[in-house]
Design a protein around this ligand. Structure first.
Ligand SMILES: Cc1cc2nc3c(=O)[nH]c(=O)nc-3n(C[C@H](O)[C@H](O)[C@H](O)COP(=O)(O)O)c2cc1C
Length: 202
């Protein structure tokens, strides 16, 4: 099948777009408000955009609390939700009032960053501490603002739990980082790990 996205007439019962670009890593974004309140929410519009310097992004569909706090304070953390924290990750996505801590809501421990003044999930196996480098309002072909706003941050510190390191590498079968598929489906990175050697010279 083929369909144009200007009409979006895919003929399926559910829009397949987000099931095509999948699985997507989930950045569990931790921020602090100017008022000192803690905030935590999962973002699957999240990824690495550069290795040197180390840059990551998350994208907010509309102006949500994580975006507001990241803009106000210039920092955020991205904890990676592993399979054992799946329910807590989901609970932290509840649409609660500004100032309500999703750490408390989900029964998680908030710990302040070593470098940045933003909280992260103490139970997470890996955490990136980030300083905001840019907040971008993407536009469509018609020049209109997209519904999403992208926050880019430079990773200035990285936490890794010794629990997931085996033979000097992060062991995916131990880490089992959650990823979002389409619809309400998830997978985790520990389910089917296989290695491929790159072509010579690559
Ligand atoms: C797995 C998962 C991934 C999500 N990804 C995004 C996302 O990329 N962008 C977004 O705006 N909302 C996303 N959401 C919804 C937000 O987590 C939700 O709207 C949350 O309440 C936002 O919180 P905040 O206002 O405290 O930032 C996601 C929810 C889940 C469960």
């Amino acid at each position: 099948m083929f369909y144009r996205t200007d009409t979006n007439a895919h003929g399926l019962s559910h829009d397949p777009f987000k099931a095509i670009v999948a699985p997507r890593p989930i950045g569990w974004i931790g921020t602090k408000g100017r008022d000192g309140s803690y905030n935590l929410s999962p973002y699957s519009f999240f990824n690495i955009v550069s290795d040197r310097p180390k840059l990551v992004m998350f994208s907010s569909s509309g102006r949500k609390h994580s975006l507001r706090n990241a803009e106000e304070t210039g920092v955020f953390t991205a904890s990676l939700a592993s399979r054992n924290l799946a329910q807590q990750m989901n609970a932290s996505s509840a649409p609660v009032d500004y100032g309500v801590s999703e750490f408390d809501l989900a029964g998680l421990t908030a710990r302040l960053g070593e470098i940045v003044d933003a909280p992260y999930v103490a139970e997470a196996f890996t955490v990136l501490e980030c300083q905001v480098t840019e907040v971008i309002q993407p536009k469509g072909l018609d020049g209109e603002d997209a519904e999403s706003i992208m926050v880019l941050g430079q990773v200035v510190g990285i936490h890794i739990s010794e629990q997931i390191i085996r033979n000097g590498r992060i062991d995916m079968e131990l880490a089992r980082p959650m990823a979002r598929m389409g619809y309400r489906d998830y997978t985790d990175g520990g389910s089917d790990v296989f290695e491929i050697t790159r072509p010579p010279g690559a």
